[in-house]
Write a protein that binds this ligand. Structure first.
Ligand SMILES: Cc1cc2nc3c(=O)[nH]c(=O)nc-3n(C[C@H](O)[C@H](O)[C@H](O)COP(=O)(O)OP(=O)(O)OC[C@H]3O[C@@H](n4cnc5c(N)ncnc54)[C@H](O)[C@@H]3O)c2cc1C
Length: 411
């Protein structure tokens, strides 16, 4: 046997599983191996929004996320056609935005400094669970393990080998990085031979037509106007930084819950929204990636193999998956250390453990909410939801969506 525990994938879910195992069962540390196909710092398409729950889980692991380059969104808007709900916390930021190459590299270094072995540049090709071990075939040889953790994301090989025919619920997401509003406004002004400084001082995006849409550079925006067009999701516009330079991260997310209806191209819908604020999508590089989301139907384990992170499912409402991935790691580590103690690897109770946890409860609540707010796609309902039912939406978000990290088991 090469290792007791082989974790396939060194993203937040795999690294969190290893870090929680190190915390709950330190004697297992030398028996853990992470196989990661890329080399850090590696690119990962993601807007990088970290919620309070991600920060809570990292803090409880003794990690200080302030070490990672970041920007704060001081307030977050949930809008339908530019009007809606504003969330602001006077005591702290509402959202921290990191870049995933930097965040994952930092987390991998923390795992390495705690003695966890990560082999980079190793691509797993096949996984075969047997009654006595799991055989892991890679492009650099074969490994044998007591337990394998599938932490290889939405397109992961582990799930495809173990559950080749299981149904998958996958969202589509597109993302672009642009300069900040004032930089674009300045470019527009220069093209129109007006005074560029005036545009900068106004700190708003301006459309070529001269109509302006006020936007605040410290805010993150979620815009739900695509829903009546059968896009069961939203457009985001976050502050971010790339190598220290302030930028905006834009994107569009579609759960595919309304896939039965006729839908416009995601790219065109994003382009229309960006144009309103003065950006021409054609000037930027656009990238896409699926996000597998949580459904109570999703399978989470077979004997000797369990899944974490996107390989099980992210949040269906927003496609938020970093905090969720970190949370799965906590639960998987407990399951693994108890199974090693008992020398019993069926993982029959892993799904029950997840569903009963604070993480499972938020995921189930978010699955229910997504299946209510997106199919009720009419314009009047979206206006009611985001503009009129504000106190109810805030209460539901507070109770069911946020603050679950504190209720997770202490690592
Ligand atoms: C466009 C977009 C925007 C998003 N924005 C946000 C956001 O703002 N906030 C948020 O919380 N979530 C966001 N998400 C979701 C978030 O990125 C994921 O939920 C999160 O990355 C899941 O972590 P993970 O560890 O499960 O998987 P991943 O981060 O995908 O990590 C999987 C790892 O496995 C490795 N791997 C894959 N296959 C193999 C193999 N065969 N062999 C070895 N290694 C392998 C990969 O290289 C990768 O390092 C976004 C996703 C997308 C697509």
């Amino acid at each position: 046997m090469d290792k007791d525990v082989i974790i396939i994938g060194g993203g937040p879910s795999g690294l969190s599983t290893a870090l929680h195992l190190h915390r709950t069962a330190p004697h297992l540390t030398p028996r853990i191996l992470i196989l990661e196909k890329e080399h850090y710092p590696r690119f990962k398409l993601c807007a990088g929004g970290l919620t309070v729950d991600a920060e809570t889980i990292l803090e409880r692991l003794g990690l200080d996320v302030n070490e990672v380059p970041h920007v704060f969104a001081d307030n977050v808007r949930f809008d339908f056609e530019s009007k809606g709900l504003n969330i602001r916390n006077t005591k702290r930021h509402v959202l921290r935005v990191i870049r995933r190459d930097e965040f994952d590299h930092w987390l991998a270094k923390k795992a390495g400094s705690r003695g966890i072995e990560i082999r980079q540049g190793v691509t797993v090709k096949d996984i075969t669970p047997t009654p006595d071990e799991v055989i892991v075939e890679t492009d650099q040889g074969t490994y044998h393990a007591q337990i394998v953790v599938g932490a290889d994301g939405s397109n992961g090989i582990t799930r495809r080998c173990v559950f080749p025919k299981a149904p998958v619920y996958t969202a589509r997401a597109l993302e672009v990085i642009t300069p900040e509003y004032d930089v674009v406004a300045r470019m527009v002004e220069m093209r129109q031979h007006r005074n560029p400084d005036e545009a900068i001082s106004s700190r708003i995006g301006k459309i070529a037509s001269g109509k302006s849409v006020p936007r605040n550079e410290g805010s993150a925006y979620f815009e739900f106007s695509p829903v009546p067009k059968n896009i069961a999701g939203y457009i985001w516009d976050f502050p971010t930084q790339v190598t220290g330079e302030p930028m905006r991260c834009w994107g569009i997310y579609d759960t595919n819950i309304l896939a039965y209806g006729k839908r416009p191209q995601l790219k065109d819908t994003l382009a229309d929204e960006m144009k309103r604020v003065g950006f021409d999508l054609n000037e930027y590089e656009i990238k896409g990636h699926p996000i597998r989301w949580f459904s109570p139907e999703n399978k989470m384990s077979v004997p000797r193999v369990l899944f974490v992170g996107d390989a099980v499912g992210a949040d269906p409402i927003f496609g938020e998956g970093i905090s969720i991935a970190l949370g799965y790691g906590n639960l998987a580590a407990r399951e693994i250390s108890e199974s090693i103690q008992r020398n019993e690897f069926s993982f029959r109770r892993f799904k029950r453990r997840v569903v009963r946890s604070a993480l499972g409860q938020t995921l189930i609540a978010r699955w229910v909410i997504a299946n209510v707010i997106y199919p009720l796609k009419w314009r009047w309902f979206q206006i009611l939801l985001w503009r009129i039912l504000k106190p109810i939406v805030l209460l539901v978000a507070w109770v069911f969506v946020l603050n679950w990290g504190k209720r997770m088991p202490t690592p």
